[in-house]
Design a protein around this ligand. Structure first.
Ligand code: BG6
Length: 490
């Protein structure tokens, strides 16, 4: 048996993509409330209102474009904002959790929205309605013996902190985050044991490797934001270790394995440096408690360096995580050679790998890449490891009240088979929570039609639909996978 009898089979969602209820329960605003819908060709935008009442939109691409002086992010007439309603998990979580339980889920990954607990991030006392909302979810999960895995920050800083302080590029955000994390770590003792600090913390630095055309303008901001998030994460871990020793605290890294395109030593070196930058830079700080020896090379190359305070070294070394978790969707290719055959995955855009197939959104299908990543990472850190996102974003067609999603089953079967091999090779893989176990709003494009779930949600890209849930063919398949503890994948 490759999978341990306590293996955590499950699925994952995030507050900003699923909950909706954006003006309910005393919740504060987040950037996602004002993110428009996009597509594979059209980037999502953020809308804003100028002081004189005129309005505009800006290219959100990773939040780098700056707002005009005095403008405020907000709702503009004529736009549709898909995250405001999400899939209405806010009101329907009991029904949804019952369906997950029917599949036999052992673990459910979700996130707490900081702005539900501290609406602007700066309040003295937490918002009781927000605390009660998440307590309700955790109690519901407990009824079915489903272990929650809770992300403290899944892309959603309160808008007030983003606008007034510049988000985590400002050190003040560290203290505000600390207040929030201490509150929820204490509040849910006995209900939640597994915690992740920042979702896909490495995305900003990976962007410097993948999108060279951005130049150096934002490098200092990126490095400082990351450093401040490392400290914020380390403080949460330190606090948990001291006050809740039973907790397992994890990092969450976007798993972006890359391969050299050719055996040219220049490609081999570039690929190695990409791994250091995109993957190890964050993982090393969070697991080993210090920057890797190669950080200086990265800072030199980016012509920028984070400001580091004396106390930070202590926080980092005392705030090492207990487990490594990551998302895995695809791999990329690195080369120093001119190559025009490109694909368009949002965080793995780049050169096409002729040995792989690509989804309608340009994401490669590479199960062996998952094995490769698991083995590299486990060998490096020797900490329990979890795949906390994986899946196929695909167009689904509702027929006979179901979806015949054999393509999704094939995708997942391929990845689970490779996880099995990695375990047999010695990797201590303790869980797998597939992404978007119930359809939700795509983070990259804002579409509903990019679906990942075992459960179909009746809602389209313009927000029409009943929100009714339907079981897909993959629902029964995954149920069988869990029942057989990963042995029956047919
Ligand atoms: C990860 C995020 O980047 O990938 C999720 O943690 C996201 O929030 C997922 O939804 C899939 O990306 P997308 O763009 O298909 O939603």
């Amino acid at each position: 048996m490759s999978f341990d009898k306590n293996f955590f089979w499950g699925g994952a969602i995030a507050a900003n993509q699923a909950e909706g209820g954006y003006k309910e329960g005393g919740k504060g605003e987040i950037l996602h409330d004002f993110l428009t819908a996009g597509s594979v060709e059209k980037r999502r935008k953020v809308t804003y209102i100028n002081k004189d009442g005129s309005t505009g939109e800006l290219d959100y691409s990773f939040g780098f474009e700056e707002l005009p002086e005095g403008a405020k992010i907000g709702e503009v007439e004529g736009y549709y904002y898909p995250n405001q309603e999400g899939i209405d998990f806010y009101h329907r979580y009991k029904e949804d959790i019952a369906l997950l339980a029917e599949m036999g889920f052992k673990m459910f990954r979700m996130s707490i929205s900081w702005a539900r607990i501290f609406p602007n991030g700066i309040e003295e006392a937490p918002n009781q309605e927000g605390l009660d909302f998440y307590r309700g979810i955790f109690e519901e999960l407990k009824k079915y013996n489903i272990e929650p895995l809770v992300t403290l920050h899944h892309f959603d800083t309160p808008l007030f902190i983003e606008e007034k302080l510049g988000g985590f590029s400002n050190r003040k955000a560290i203290d505000l985050f600390e207040k929030y994390t201490k509150t929820v770590l204490d509040e849910y003792e006995g209900l939640v044991k597994y915690w992740l600090t920042f979702n896909e913390i490495n995305i900003p630095i990976a962007i410097t490797a993948l999108y060279k055309e951005l130049g150096t303008k934002y490098n200092k901001k990126i490095l400082q934001t990351l450093h401040n998030e490392f400290i914020a994460s380390a403080r949460a871990v330190k606090y948990a270790h001291k006050n809740h020793p039973e907790y397992m605290m994890g990092c969450m890294i976007a798993g972006m394995a890359s391969y050299p395109l050719t055996p040219d030593p220049n490609d081999i070196l570039l690929n190695r440096y990409n791994w250091e930058k995109m993957t190890f830079y964050c993982g090393d700080v969070m697991v080993k408690g210090k920057y890797g020896t190669y950080a200086k090379r990265i800072w030199d190359e980016l012509k920028a360096k984070p400001d580091i305070e004396k106390q930070d070294f202590e926080d980092l070394s005392e705030g090492c995580v207990d487990m490594y978790t990551f998302s895995y969707y695809q791999t990329s290719v690195a080369t120093t050679h001119e190559n025009k055959d490109r694909v368009s995955g949002n965080f793995s855009a780049g050169i096409r790998n002729e040995y792989l197939e690509y989804s309608d959104w340009g994401w490669s299908y590479d199960p062996k890449g998952l094995r490769y990543y698991l083995e590299v990472i486990y060998d490096r850190y020797e900490k329990p490891i979890m795949v906390v996102e994986n899946g196929l974003g695909a167009y689904d067609k509702l027929e006979d009240n179901t979806i015949y999603d054999d393509y999704r089953i094939d995708y997942m079967r391929g990845h689970i088979e490779e996880m099995k091999i990695a375990i047999d090779h010695g990797v201590n893989l303790i869980g797998y929570t597939s992404w978007g176990c119930i359809d939700l709003v795509s983070a990259g494009t804002g579409e509903m039609s990019k679906r990942y779930g075992f459960i179909y949600v009746d809602k389209d890209d313009e927000g029409n639909g009943t929100l009714k849930r339907y079981k897909k063919k993959s629902f029964e398949w995954y149920k069988k996978v869990i029942e057989s503890n990963g042995q029956d994948l047919d």
